[in-house]
Every structure is written in structure tokens, then in C-alpha cells.
Design a protein around this ligand. Structure first.
Ligand SMILES: [Zn+2]
Length: 481
């Protein structure tokens, strides 16, 4: 009877690939078949999936099927650890040897699965390979963790922005850019707006490409720029690396921004609400969309209350109460966008040009300190609760109840933090009316929106007065005291 052999090759990272490229594995296996007088009917190759990780191996599955169907009655591989690292899979192979008389050929020494000794050797080799893989994974995990705790430099890739190639010396020209970015984000400017500005100024990442909001977000949220080492256990990387790791130590390199600024940035940038509020607004070319509210009375006398949006008519920019099907917007109010923007600007600059406002801004804000620790702690608690629910330590009802109070506190603290952060925008902006007018002209929409929303909650727009072309009395400001 001719022996019809299948050659099984596998690439994986776990042996450093030393001498075990696919071509080499196949060549050695073919030589072995030649020596034994076996006919090679098929070569099965799995790419880049570790037999240990449990990832599906399509070629392996196919080969096992072919063995069961009797098309193949020998399997040849380089070493047992190429074949499989899962004891269960090895038992499958041994079982096939029993029932179908499957023969096994390995280049690195003969194993006869038909004999008890051969099986024992196969099992031992399999167990040793598995142990090696587990041990190595554990060692790597421990090394990463220890390096993190020692504040050591995380290796690999390009040098981080703000530091020289040694990853320790601060590159002052870039450090200045980081500080600027941090200031602007804390002042409620959107990441997209900062990236656009940097692109205009030719500021790129260390890879020489323009900054994207996602990259900027990651950099500014990193503990690295505050001279601290953070650690993200690999197991928590689901699809992408989480934005925040755990800060485990002071790093060997100096910080570019303070710990406090970094904590604030981390809290703000990980807040999903901010994303909607600040980043969502960059697509808006109308400064006041959503801030203006339609106040036209309905039939029952209550105001419409719908957020007005930008809709040009015959090329003239306007804010309108939208005619959106499925909503109860009245679609009965419109106002010229340019004149409205100018009016709102004047009202806001006038309000800001007052001793009371300046005094309020200069009052040291004690409320802000400690907020980010509380926010972070609450976020962790939420995660823990979710885990407890996931592992059935608590019931769904218990989870919902516990979650609610944490979420409420979290929301309050985030609102507070956003308010104190907004005060920082104003601090840089506020001055005499003329100064502010000059500064206003230089701001982009995102920055202007940050100013507007830091002083007014919303602006009601009453119905148009048919006798007046422009009527500033239509606008009622809901000031933030
Ligand atoms: Zn309306």
C-alpha cells in the first residue's frame, strides 16, 4: 500500500522564525517523504496563526478532513510543535492514528504514533511546546509591566513627538507645540480645528505626516507628555488600544506639561460627551446652530423651542427653525446669519467687558481641583460594575441601580470640569472691548463657539417683526451667571 502523505507547514512568530520559513519546512518534509518512500499528495499551509492562540487554522481543518476521508494516511511536519500546541488537537491526531492508521513523520526525529512510546513522546513534546509558549507570553507580560513600573522607556517605532531619539531629552520646538495644543483643547477648541491650523503652519508628526484628530487626541491624553509612565495590559486591548492606561510611575524623562494639566486633558478627552459637543461642532459652518432656539409661540402659546440650524436661501446664509419631518419643529422662524452672528458677538463682548466678569474669572477656582480624580474613579467603578454583572456577581437590577448613581455623579463632575475649563478660554480672551474685537477676528468658528457657549446657555429667537428689517429685540440671551 502506498502511503499518501500530507505535508503540514505553519508560520508563526513564536520561534522567531529561525530556520523555519515555510519553504524550508516544506523542503525538509519532502526530503523525509522521499527517504520513507511516501507520496506527497498535498501541502497544507497555515499562515501566521499560532496553534497555541486557538485562532482558526483553515488548512489544518482541511487536512484533518482529508485524513478522515481516507485521502491522506500520513502527516509530515517539521516538529510536533509545528503541528499543534493544543493537547486536545494532539489527541485528535493520536485518535486518527488509532482509527485510520495515520502515520506521523517529523523531520526533527521520528515519532511513531502507533506505539505507546511514540505517543508519549508526542504528548511530551506537545506539552513542552505549550509550556514554552505560555511561559514566554507570561515573561513578556511581566517585562512590560516591570519596565512600566520602573518608568522606563517604551521601545519601538518612531521617537515620540516632543522628545529626541533617546526618548528622554525634550525637543523644545515640539514641546512648545504640545503645550499649545494642550491649552487649546482645555479651552474647548476641537481637535480637528487644531489639526487644520497645524497643517497650515506645516507642523507634522514625527513620521512627517499631518496631524489627524485621532493622533492628536492620543498624544495629548498620553501620560508620557507629563513625564509619567502609563501601563496598558495587553489583555485589555480589544480592537484598538484604549485611550487611557493606568499611570504606574514617574518616568525617567521630564514632563512637558504638568500632571494637573495632563489629568485634565485625560478626563476631557476620554469624555464621550465632549466628543459630541466639541468635535461634532466642527462640521458646522454656522457659528450659532443649536445655540439659537426658536421661540415662536405654538397654538397653545408655548414656545416652539427647537434648535435652529443653518440653511441658506438664494445664497444668503440664514438660521431657520428646520422643517424636519418627524419632529415638531414649527419651521416658522428664520434670521439672517451674518447679522445674527455680528449681533451675538457684540452682545457677548459687551457682557465680557465688565469688571464683574473679570473678577469672576480671576477668582481662583477651587472647584476644579480633585475633579479629574473623582471622574477617573467613577469611570473605573462603572467598568468594575459592568464586569461584576458580566461575571454574574451581581444581578442586572443591582447593576442598573448602582450604575445610575455613579453615572449621575459622573455627569455632574464632567459638567463642572467643562465649566472650569471654559473659564480658562475666557481668561485668555477677556480684555477691553477693542482688544476682544481684535482677538475675535482671529478666532475660527470652533474657538468662537467655545467663547459663546462659555457665557450663554442658549439664545431665544422670537418671531420676526414685520415692520422691521432687523430687530435685535428678537434675541433673548440665557446668560450663564
Ligand atoms: Zn420653531
Amino acid at each position: 500500500m502506498t502511503i499518501r502523505a500530507a505535508i503540514y507547514c505553519r508560520i508563526s512568530q513564536d520561534r522567531g522564525g529561525a530556520g523555519l520559513g515555510i519553504a524550508r519546512q516544506e523542503e525538509d518534509c519532502r526530503k523525509l517523504c522521499e527517504r520513507k518512500g511516501w507520496e506527497v499528495v498535498e501541502v497544507y499551509t497555515d499562515n501566521d496563526v499560532s496553534a497555541y492562540s486557538g485562532a482558526p487554522r483553515p488548512a489544518w481543518q482541511e487536512m484533518i478532513r482529508d485524513v478522515r476521508d481516507g485521502q491522506v494516511n500520513a502527516v509530515v511536519c517539521w516538529h510536533v510543535d509545528r503541528l499543534t500546541r493544543s493537547p486536545r488537537e494532539l489527541e485528535d491526531v493520536i485518535d486518527l492514528a488509532d482509527r485510520h492508521g495515520l502515520e506521523l513523520g517529523t523531520v526533527s526525529g521520528e515519532i511513531d504514533l502507533a506505539t505507546p512510546t511514540g505517543r508519549m513522546i508526542a504528548r511530551m513534546l506537545g506539552a513542552a511546546a505549550r509550556h514554552e509558549a505560555e511561559h514566554k507570553a507570561e515573561r513578556q507580560r511581566r517585562q512590560r509591566r516591570q519596565a512600566a513600573e520602573a518608568g522606563k522607556i517604551a521601545g519601538g517605532g518612531k521617537r515620540p513627538f516632543g522628545y529626541e531619539d533617546d526618548r528622554i531629552t525634550v525637543r523644545e520646538s515640539e514641546a512648545e507645540i504640545i503645550r499649545e495644543g494642550a491649552r487649546r483643547v482645555l479651552a474647548s477648541e476641537s481637535l480637528a480645528s487644531i489639526c487644520r491650523d497645524w497643517q497650515k503652519r506645516g507642523i507634522t508628526t514625527t513620521a512627517g505626516i499631518p496631524w489627524k484628530p485621532s493622533a492628536l487626541r492620543r498624544m495629548l491624553a498620553s501620560a508620557r507628555i507629563s513625564g509619567r509612565r502609563e501601563h496598558t495590559p495587553r489583555s485589555s486591548w480589544e480592537t484598538t488600544r484604549p485611550l487611557l492606561g493606568v499611570i504606574v510611575a514617574d518616568a525617567l524623562w521630564p514632563g512637558i506639561i504638568s500632571h494637573e494639566e495632563s489629568d485634565r486633558l485625560r478626563a476631557l478627552l476620554s469624555d464621550p460627551e465632549r466628543r459630541r459637543r466639541v468635535e461634532g461642532s466642527t462640521r458646522r459652518s454656522y457659528l450659532l446652530s443649536g445655540i439659537l432656539r426658536c421661540a415662536k409661540p405654538r397654538e397653545d402659546g408655548t414656545p416652539c423651542g427647537f434648535g435652529m440650524v443653518g440653511r441658506p436661501r438664494s445664497g444668503v446664509p440664514r438660521y431657520v427653525c428646520p422643517n424636519t419631518p418627524g419632529t415638531d419643529a414649527c419651521a416658522g422662524t428664520a434670521t439672517n446669519a451674518e447679522r445674527t452672528d455680528a449681533h451675538v458677538r457684540d452682545m457677548i463682548l459687551t457682557a465680557l467687558d465688565s469688571p464683574a466678569v473679570r473678577e469672576r474669572l480671576q477668582r481662583p477656582d477651587e472647584e476644579g481641583s480633585g475633579l479629574y480624580e473623582e471622574i477617573r474613579a467613577d469611570e473605573e467603578e462603572l467598568e468594575e460594575l459592568a464586569r461584576d454583572f458580566g461575571s454574574r456577581k451581581i444581578s442586572r437590577k443591582e447593576w442598573m441601580i448602582a450604575r445610575q448613581s455613579v453615572e449621575e455623579r459622573l455627569e455632574r463632575n464632567r459638567a463642572k470640569l467643562s465649566k472650569t475649563s471654559k473659564a480658562t478660554v475666557l481668561l485668555d480672551f477677556v480684555g477691553t472691548y477693542e482688544d476682544m474685537q481684535e482677538r475675535w477676528e482671529k478666532l475660527n468658528d470652533s474657538q468662537r463657539r467655545a467663547i459663546v457657549t462659555s457665557v450663554v446657555r442658549s439664545i431665544e429667537v422670537g418671531p420676526a417683526n414685520p415692520r422691521k428689517r432687523w430687530d435685535p429685540d428678537r434675541f433673548i440671551f440665557d446668560w450663564i451667571a
